[in-house]
Design a protein around this ligand. Structure first.
Ligand SMILES: NC(=O)c1ccc[n+]([C@@H]2O[C@H](COP(=O)([O-])OP(=O)(O)OC[C@H]3O[C@@H](n4cnc5c(N)ncnc54)[C@H](O)[C@@H]3O)[C@@H](O)[C@H]2O)c1
Length: 390
């Protein structure tokens, strides 16, 4: 750290790296010192706008520079190895999602973190918008009631050409389909809001895209709190949507967006008072007769009352929080350890879909067949059969 500035570097100079560079710059409290990418010209192109020095790889970067924090924005299959190298140099790491490709990799990186002066953080920007922060706080305090039923949807569209880069569509490069690579954003937010999950029963199918894994997955989930949820992740959905809806004893909390939400994308519909609720339970014809359904929910509710500054859930939000936390010596909450339940969830979803059996979170120990890899080292023909729609 020099002059109160956090020295940052970026490894992997593709699409999302620019968002990291811009988000760091927007804090006004960082200095981008270096970039690295093996593809000719990519590191330089990113570095040039920020006065940073380009390198061909993370090893050369770490040998020459002394960053406080390194963003890893490479394809997912390379995250663990690069993170371990950065940690071995005593630096902190910000891993893009998905942080790693398996629980085994996660635990190896966690071990390297224990032995390092550095820490590992993960990009899950939807935890960091003002709506997500309010939702986590209010649900955590019980102010919105007890969660009962939730729906978590990632209905996105990726054409066949999306899978042209050679790392896409493969277990080795991408690590998994929309469950790991796309739905993981909403899954992470759902788990962040609802707390520990307990069991998953899932299906995953490959309907259209040229991939080794699923292009759609569906899961039904139970939580330790007793709440239940359904989760769907699709890359086949032309009208795109990202949605989490949580029905609690106090009302319905919902966020409806695509790649990032603002406050206006969140709604809370309070549960009706006892008389209205009783009328709502009646036959619709009777309801019309007594007019009870026309009663509007009360204007002032805990959700509306908590409104403040609108912070959209983008890279600026999370990287801004991270830089503030690191510069002020506060712990930053979106650590590798804090995101383990999300990787456990993804692991269990694949395990359940591939084996056809429910999976308990408690089963996911190092001896579990899906601990080492999300495909559970299942033979190729069997794997192919498990993703075939029946
Ligand atoms: N948080 C989000 O909303 C979000 C959005 C998009 C992508 N991502 C994630 O960001 C990561 C990168 O995605 P992308 O779309 O930018 O991919 P990309 O293919 O556009 O860029 C990856 C870059 O990494 C470089 N690279 C590959 N191996 C490397 C290595 N060993 N060392 C240094 N550089 C290396 C490639 O040359 C390429 O320039 C992925 O993990 C992806 O899931 C996150």
């Amino acid at each position: 750290m020099t002059d109160g500035l956090l020295k940052v570097a970026i490894v992997g100079c593709g699409n999302i790296s620019r968002r990291h560079a811009e988000a760091y710059a927007s804090t006004g409290r960082t200095e981008l010192v270096a970039t690295a990418d093996p593809v000719d010209g990519k590191a330089r192109k990113l570095a040039d706008g920020y006065g940073a020095t380009p390198y061909a790889n993370v090893t050369e970067l770490l040998a020459a520079e002394d960053p406080d924090l390194v963003s890893v924005t490479t394809p997912p299959g390379s995250h663990a190895g690069i993170a371990i190298e950065i940690l071995a140099a005593g630096k902190s790491v910000l891993l893009e999602k998905p942080p790693v490709l398996s629980l085994a990799e996660l635990d190896t990186v966690a071990k390297a973190e224990q032995d390092s002066a550095g820490s590992v953080y993960v990009v899950f920007q939807h935890r960091h918008g003002s709506g997500g922060l309010r939702a986590a706080d209010l649900l955590g305090r019980g102010a919105l009631g007890r969660p009962l039923v939730a729906v978590c949807e990632t209905l996105w569209f990726r054409p066949r050409s999306y899978f042209d880069p050679e790392w896409r569509g493969t277990w080795i490069g991408e690590g998994g389909g929309p469950t790991l690579g796309h739905g993981i954003h909403q899954i992470d937010l759902l788990l962040h809001l609802l707390g520990p999950w307990r069991t998953i029963t899932a299906t995953a199918v490959r309907l259209d895209r040229p991939v080794e894994f699923e292009d759609v997955s569906l899961a039904s989930v139970t939580f330790e709190s007793g709440a239940v949820a359904t989760v769907i992740n699709s890359l086949l959905s032309p009208r795109e949507l990202s949605r989490i809806r949580i029905d609690t004893t106090g009302g319905t909390l919902e966020v409806n967006h695509v790649y990032g939400y603002s406050d206006q994308d969140w709604t809370f519909h309070p549960a009706p008072d006892a008389a209205t609720a009783a009328a709502l339970g009646l036959d619709p014809g009777v309801r019309k007769a007594n007019g009870a359904e026309s009663k509007e929910p009360a204007a002032a509710d805990p959700w509306s009352a908590s409104a403040g500054d609108d912070l959209p859930s983008n890279h600026e939000a999370q990287l801004g929080h991270l830089v503030d936390d690191l510069l002020s010596g506060r712990p930053h909450e979106t650590t590798l350890a804090a995101t383990r339940p999300t990787m456990e969830f993804v692991t269990a979803l694949y395990a359940s879909a591939i084996t056809g059996k429910p999976v308990d979170r408690a089963d996911l120990t190092p001896g579990h067949p899906f601990y080492q890899a999300l495909h559970g080292e299942t033979p190729k023909d069997q794997l192919s059969r498990s993703f075939r729609p029946t």
